[in-house]
Design a protein around this ligand. Structure first.
Ligand SMILES: [Zn+2]
Length: 63
């Protein structure tokens, strides 16, 4: 079960292949190689990475 690395919420919506959206804190999540990558949507629609804010251990998918 996917969990938001930012707010620990499980209220995650799927928006594309390996792409998810956290409805609780409004960040985008994408999954590759069992790691969750986190992105913030900027006002101009571009994505900026938030991965620096989280430890790898938190972002690793627990399967
Ligand atoms: Zn969240």
């Amino acid at each position: 079960m996917l969990k938001c690395p930012n707010c620990q919420s499980k209220d995650i919506g799927k928006i594309g292949i390996n792409q998810y959206y956290c409805w609780n804190c409004f960040i985008e999540l994408s999954v590759s190689k069992n790691m969750i990558n986190t992105h913030q949507v900027e006002e101009d629609g571009s994505l900026s990475s938030l991965d620096d804010l989280f430890d790898e251990e938190i972002r690793r998918l627990s399967l």
